[in-house]
Design a binder for this molecule. Structure first.
Ligand code: NAD
Length: 282
């Protein structure tokens, strides 16, 4: 049985990723500073900013799925976020490379484009925003994610390891759909994430498909639902919040995502299947 190490599995997204791999016949070990909220699989309590601990948890693994991070800007002092996220990712990839592991998936963010936490407000240069859009963060969290994508590319060059980086949209677990009626007609609240979202179950399937894919090298891809999280059409959202944006690279006739998910669909054969309208009464 192939063994997958999931780091940061004790957080919001982790249990869904762990379940996805277990349900598809993998053995899973969670590596986190804290225990799982439910006993899905064994957990090693570990701090991945320590390289020796990263080597320890990865021994015998087929692949590593790296979720561990401080998951936003301004939760902790800036340098703490940067240091934790950059060093833990470096260590995981250094250890994976050193142990001859052939596949890793790491977790970047739409925050790396810089709009979310911008101190000096910026707009997207075009929509839907794809992976070629400039990454222009003004915060240490977004910067840490860009550094991690570069670290991934470096280890791919060095060892040939396939390292996929997922730029996740806003992660939504099924329980969080109850919040939707409070914002689906209020563009301002979620404008800085371009109203994106991704269901934890659809994110989880993307991680599995990335582990099962071959020959991807080092590549970053957006992971978002097909629609926005809003009950307003995408062009109307843009007109309300970013009227200065005129470069529309898709027809945008309805509620289509403004964070393009085309690359992940094409490279992974992935299709998000959970959409908020199926779960929210309004
Ligand atoms: N939640 C979102 O909307 C969102 C959006 C984009 C990207 N992401 C990214 O997705 C990943 C998962 O996010 P989440 O929302 O589940 O976060 P979370 O905070 O709920 O879970 C992250 C886990 O990582 C662990 N961790 C942090 N530093 C660690 C270290 N040094 N060693 C070991 N474990 C460590 C934490 O204990 C926690 O359990 C993160 O990389 C985050 O940056 C999240």
């Amino acid at each position: 049985m192939k063994k997958i190490i999931v780091t940061g599995g004790s957080g919001l997204l982790g249990p869904w990723v762990i379940r996805e791999f277990l349900e598809h016949g993998y053995e899973v070990l969670n590596a986190d500073t804290r225990p799982l909220p439910e006993p899905l699989c064994p957990t090693w309590i570990t701090d991945l900013t320590n390289l020796g601990e990263a080597y320890g948890v990865l021994e015998g693994a087929y692949a590593v799925v790296h979720l561990a991070a401080i998951p936003a800007a301004y939760l902790r002092p800036n340098e703490v976020t940067f240091q934790n996220n950059v060093l833990s990712t470096y260590n995981i990839l250094e250890a994976a490379s050193g142990l001859g592991i052939k596949k890793a998936v790491i977790t970047s963010s739409e925050s790396s484009y810089g709009i979310v936490f911008a101190v000096n407000r910026i707009a997207p240069q075009y929509v839907p925003m794809d992976e070629s859009h400039p990454q222009l963060p003004q915060d240490s969290y977004g910067l840490s994610k860009i550094v991690n994508e570069e670290t991934a590319a470096m280890f791919h060059r060095k060892s040939g390891m396939q390292v996929v980086s997922f730029r996740l949209g806003n992660v939504i677990s099924p329980a969080m759909y109850e919040r939707f009626p409070g914002f689906i007609h209020q563009p301002v609240e979620r404008e800085r994430i371009l109203w994106s979202y991704i269901d934890t179950r659809d994110a989880a399937s993307a991680y599995r498909l990335a582990v099962e894919a071959e020959g991807l090298g080092a590549v970053a891809m957006n992971i978002a639902a097909d629609d926005t999280s809003m009950d307003m059409k995408s062009r109307d959202l843009m007109a309300a919040s970013f009227p200065e944006v005129t470069d529309f690279r898709a027809p945008l006739e309805g509620y289509e995502t403004l964070l393009s998910n085309e690359l992940a669909k094409r490279l992974l054969g992935w299709q998000p299947v959970h959409h908020w309208r199926d779960y929210v009464t309004f």
